[in-house]
Design a protein around this ligand. Structure first.
Ligand SMILES: Cc1cc2nc3c(=O)[nH]c(=O)nc-3n(C[C@H](O)[C@H](O)[C@H](O)COP(=O)(O)OP(=O)(O)OC[C@H]3O[C@@H](n4cnc5c(N)ncnc54)[C@H](O)[C@@H]3O)c2cc1C
Length: 572
């Protein structure tokens, strides 16, 4: 409402008649709550994102600094080797006095020991480490804090839904790209932070569950305010929001670990369907409130990942070498006449050999997704397995996999070998971020069962590098816990080829326990020691326990820092 008032001129008259001035006074004063709400709704979601971006930046910085330090240590160690071979033995490892220059190393090592190696059990056979606990707490705290902070209205109403109802919706919508990015195989966060895609799955699941809470806070707030007019439940964009929320909630229920463990393929299909419903309805809903720009990048990322995966399969199929007739190893009970070659190693293990496609390069310890058309239920069913061979660079490499037989696709693969059926294999990869074993003077590789497929390529690569150009590693221990000593023959040819020109006095073949070996190595290590373990949950826990205690004073006196990599094949 506006009133026009005739006013006398306040200025001195100059003999002219007073001017009639029209002044408009608005009696509709702006609602101070509304102004604040609009401001919060625009800025808070972005602030959440800046915070998360800073966390990703910090993790990336630590990752790249670690890699650079590894290469620096490698060069320094090699220079030291050259010097000692000319000038005699190296100085003693540890001294009694404290070297304060080693404080950053000691602090870094203590941080790693406390944060990555102490774990909290979740269920019977799953654990999360302290960093994951901390990240979970921080993520929940920032999402809820930015959603619920400053929600007291100017009239003093605490947790006023006028405030938080929309902000939670906006903060929820801005999480979609992060959640999708964390779940991708072609994973930019994995590339930046060095954390393997299968380990980021924990954060993907955790962030999705926080999203469920945000979505229902948003819905609860809107219901309290009344679903009327433009936001009535009959309006399609509101219905889309409800659909997105319901799909997301169902998704978080079917994603629980017992369901994934029991029926992984069922989980994958339901996950795909519900995730698509959720993300497209969320976009439709958010776009109508001008927040679509926070959701569509998630759709783009998802489509890009799918496209890249299809492209990888297509390229590796087109560039594969022509199949030639080949026979399985003579001691194998089965003869397969066309490549790929499948061998039954025991009642629980299969060895699969596939010629590497041209232009296919991988890092030691990386994995690929394998599809077995005709064996798997659908052409989209793919299972990750680690390439146990290394890239020789000669273009002659084979991809070899040690596959433990479970109850699903691996069992069907086992059956098709028994029936002597030829099996086709499609490759999608390589993926994963195995540890970069550069700059460690002592390396301990521990495997149990199929974990050999992870530690064997790391072992072969270290030996190949030290033969070709030398490397920092002075002592390399390769331990494999097997039920039957005869299983060692499975990797006999790889070991033989790798070790054949190494002098006997440099080799030591013993059956020490893994933990004795670790203690002995730690005593001998000079600079930095790396421990990698891949095997059962119990084996990983035992190794974790052995390296979880802070050793500040030992490191300050010249003892080595210890890095640990636990490969759990998707389960911790
Ligand atoms: C990065 C990575 C590398 C791996 N490397 C190897 C290896 O070198 N050798 C080896 O024997 N195993 C490896 N695995 C584990 C292997 O992928 C599963 O054992 C296999 O997919 C089981 O198939 P299945 O249908 O017979 O299993 P099921 O009997 O259906 O299930 C057995 C277990 O495998 C899990 N699983 C099933 N399908 C998948 C899938 N597509 N992705 C992830 N987990 C799944 C289930 O959750 C369950 O816990 C690796 C896993 C990952 C994540």
């Amino acid at each position: 409402m506006a009133d026009a008032l005739p006013l006398a001129s306040p200025y001195p008259t100059t003999g002219l008649p007073p001017t009639k001035v029209d002044v408009t006074i608005s009696s509709q004063t702006a609602d101070p709550d509304r102004t604040l709400r609009v401001q919060h709704a625009e800025t808070y979601p972005l602030e959440v994102w800046y915070f998360l971006a800073c966390l990703i930046f910090l993790a990336s910085f630590i990752n790249f600094t670690g890699i650079a330090l590894g290469y620096y240590r490698d060069r320094r160690q090699r220079r030291r080797f050259r010097r000692t071979s000319n000038e005699g033995p190296e100085p003693p490892l540890r001294s009694d006095s404290i070297d304060w220059l080693r404080l950053p190393l000691a602090v870094g090592d203590t941080f790693r020991a406390l944060s990555f190696r102490w774990t909290v059990p979740v269920g019977r056979s799953y654990t999360i480490n302290f960093v994951e606990v901390l990240l979970t707490a921080v993520y929940i705290a920032i999402c809820l804090a930015w959603s619920l902070i400053n929600t007291t209205s100017t009239k003093g109403v605490k947790f006023d839904p006028h405030y938080y109802a929309n902000i939670t919706g906006n903060i929820a919508s801005i999480q979609f790209p992060l959640i999708v990015a964390l779940g991708m195989k072609n994973n930019i966060i994995s590339f930046l932070t060095g954390v393997s895609f299968d380990k980021l799955i924990y954060l993907h699941g955790m962030a999705s569950r926080v999203l469920v809470v945000l979505v229902w806070l948003h819905a609860g707030g809107r219901i309290q305010l009344g679903l009327e007019g433009k936001v009535a439940i009959t309006v399609p964009v509101v219905q889309a929001g409800v659909l997105a929320g319901v799909a997301l909630t169902l998704l978080s229920i079917v994603s629980i670990r017992p369901i994934r463990d029991k029926a992984y393929e069922f989980f994958l299909i339901v996950h795909l369907v519900l995730a698509l419903i959720c993300i497209f309805s969320a976009y439709f809903h958010a776009a109508s409130f001008n927040f679509g720009q926070f959701v569509w990048p998630a759709i783009l990322l998802w489509a890009l990942d799918r496209f890249l995966r299809l492209l990888r399969v297509a390229v590796s199929t087109i560039t594969r070498k022509k199949p030639t007739s080949s026979k399985a190893k003579p001691n194998s009970p089965v003869t397969v006449t066309a490549k790929p070659t499948l061998e039954l190693l025991s009642a629980h293990f299969i060895r699969l050999t596939v010629p590497a496609p041209r232009f296919f390069y991988w890092r030691p310890g990386q994995s690929v997704y394998l599809t077995f058309p005709g064996v798997t239920f659908s052409p989209f069913e793919a299972h990750p397995f680690t390439i146990s061979t290394i890239n020789t660079g000669s273009g002659q490499s084979d991809l070899r996999f040690f596959i433990r037989v479970h109850k699903g696709a691996t069992k069907r693969l086992f059956d098709s070998i028994e029936r002597e059926r030829d099996v086709k294999v499609l490759l999608d990869g390589p993926y994963s971020s195995p540890p970069l074993l550069v700059g460690y003077d002592t390396v301990l590789l521990v495997a149990g069962g199929s974990g050999i497929s992870f530690t064997l390529p790391l072992f072969l690569d270290l030996i190949q590098r030290s033969k070709l150009s030398g490397c920092a590693c002075r002592r390399l221990t390769f331990a494999w816990t097997v039920r039957n000593l005869g299983h060692v023959s499975w990797i006999q040819s790889e070991l033989f080829n790798a070790l054949q020109d190494i002098p006997d006095e440099a080799l030591d073949d013993d059956t020490n326990s893994v933990l004795d070996e670790k203690a002995e190595q730690e005593k001998d290590a000079r600079d930095a020691m790396s421990v990698t373990v891949c095997g059962t949950h119990a084996l990983a826990s035992a190794v974790r326990k052995a390296v979880r205690y802070p050793r500040m004073s030992d490191i300050l006196k010249g003892g080595p820092t210890v890095s640990l990599h636990v490969e759990a094949f998707g389960s911790n």
